[in-house]
Design a protein around this ligand. Sequence first.
Ligand code: GLY
Length: 398
Amino acid sequence: MNKTSFYFAFLIITLAVISCNDKTPISFNLDNTIIENAEAQYTVLSDSIISTFESKKFIPRTTNNKDEVKLVGIYDWTSGFYAGSLWYLNLLTNNPKWENLALEYTKKLDSIKHWEGNHDVGFIIECSYGNALKRTPSKVFDSVIVRTAKSLATRFRPNAGIIQSWDASKKWNCPVIIDNMMNLELLFHATRISGDSTYYNIAVSHANKTLENHFRPDNSSYHVLNYDTVNGGVLSKNTHQGLSDDSAWARGQAWGLYGYTVCYRETKDKRYLDQALKIAEYIKNHPNLPKDKIPYWDYNAPALEKTPRDASAAAIAASALYELITYLDDKGQQYKQFADEIMTNLCKAPYFADKGTNAGFLLKHSVGSLPHGVEIDVPLNYADYYFLEALYRFKNTH
Ligand code: GLY
């Protein structure tokens, strides 16, 4: 080998080594085609369900085994997400078509404000009416938020200091799921509107009790805690949708991250910010997190090609992180990169659906409840909702 060939070979090897070790962070690029594709998909989805609007089930939740849209009624826990996605499409595009549709689907949920049978009224009404208020101030919508908070407050169990998620069953006396952290936003909102601190105080009590009881030393969370409503103690720690009582169900970790980020926004209590950061660290550094950052449905599920991913958990986490970083200084950069990586991957195959496929839903590859054999590797309306919210949050901070 002469001297020139030696230097040439040396240069090629050096460049190859540099590119293998390239840790250049991925930045998310929100170009217009992403939003155009989202509009095209939701046009397919909304056109396909228009004729069923008058039936009891008219809200798209997922697909069935024939890849057709599966519709649900207003008492399904996911009933507010479709309206919420339409609001975010409208906020992202200013296209009045989405506002008109969002208004229709929001108003259909009005009677939920009186429902005391489930904690999910927070999800349902905050995602629909709460987002409607981002577009237009309205005393009527304000009153729906406050009335719903009043219904949700009936589920507060003062001796235990928590909001009961589901009614008592053979298995649980007073179950509280980590998902319930997501219903607190409505309570904070209701206090801001009404000036009645009852709702704020209930939210803070629930957040504090969850902080005390729901987390393990590694900052992962249990899914279900069963409380004694008389002495306030914890009777058992279990799962409903996770791999096992001791596992870290992926969406549950994302609900916790999002919930404590909201609690910090509303209270400025540093303990909530710390908890959100601890959960973000748990997710970001988990040895089972795949390279594309879209988690398996449970962090303790085997890290195998065939193990289903949960795109919904990824979208919820990305949206939460885009808010969380607004409360951080330079330290936030690592979480921004993490969220950017999630969003970059969700915006392309195999997660973002090809035009006209996936029954019009945006994202593929989410899991509803694997232990129940329900909604495994499917689109879900809440995956789309938090994906669109993440796009909106990203757009507003860039
Ligand atoms: N809140 C129910 C779920 O995340 O599946």
